[in-house]
Design a protein around this ligand. Structure first.
Ligand SMILES: [Zn+2]
Length: 209
């Protein structure tokens, strides 16, 4: 995490501890290459792609666009993931479930799930705007990205990073142009033609800034 979000997270962690929770990070910063590998792995079917109920789907029955929409429901395109910023993280209650058994699925965060009580406590803090600057960008279903009760974002940093994300630069990255920050070549994103054809609609629906 960034320095600011790291300090804020420690404060939130201390407060959670007093409520009996062991608030921990399952995943935070992810670079472009890592997100590209996740996304391309799902397109090729090497990584599982599921429906909203967690049922694993078969690539064989699915045309390019519906397959892409399925993937984007749970995984961001590389370059536009909020996990690139260092301000966002996925959290869980380590007092009630181990990192290894955690799957980051909705039922774990439902009232009966192992992270349900923590999730409810976080909801209360966020609603009072008393969560040390954190909020949930995927709090409810807006028809694009599925709700992610585990995903927290540190607003003061995230707002600054969001201003640098734009569709033209994302397109260059997806085409496999040089990553100018690090100067190393990267491979093109899978399903590039479909992404280019539907770029504007996909951006409006799935890029949450
Ligand atoms: Zn996340």
């Amino acid at each position: 995490l960034t320095a600011g979000s790291g300090r804020a997270f420690s404060r939130l962690q201390q407060r959670a501890k007093r409520q009996g929770f062991d608030l921990r990070i399952a995943s935070s910063y992810r670079d472009y290459e890592r997100q590209l590998a996740i996304f391309n792995g799902k397109v090729s079917g090497q990584r599982p792609v599921t429906d909203d109920h967690g049922l694993v789907l078969s690539r064989a029955d699915c045309a390019a666009l519906p397959w892409l929409l399925r993937i984007l429901r749970f995984s961001a395109l590389p370059g536009v993931s909020r996990h690139h910023w260092g301000s966002d993280c996925d959290v869980f209650d380590a007092a009630r479930i181990s990192r290894d058994s955690l799957q980051l699925v909705p039922r774990e965060y439902d009232a009966q799930g192992p992270c349900g009580a923590l999730s409810q406590w976080l909801t209360e803090q966020i609603e009072r705007d008393d969560a040390e600057g954190f909020f949930r960008p995927y709090d409810r279903d807006r028809g694009g990205v599925a709700p992610e009760p585990w995903h927290l974002s540190y607003r003061p940093d995230a707002e600054r990073f969001a201003r640098f994300v734009n569709r033209e630069e994302a397109l260059m990255l997806w085409r496999g142009r040089l990553l100018h920050e690090v100067g190393k070549p990267t491979q093109a994103v899978a399903l590039l033609a479909t992404i280019e054809e539907h770029g504007e609609a996909l951006w409006a629906r799935f890029v949450v800034l």
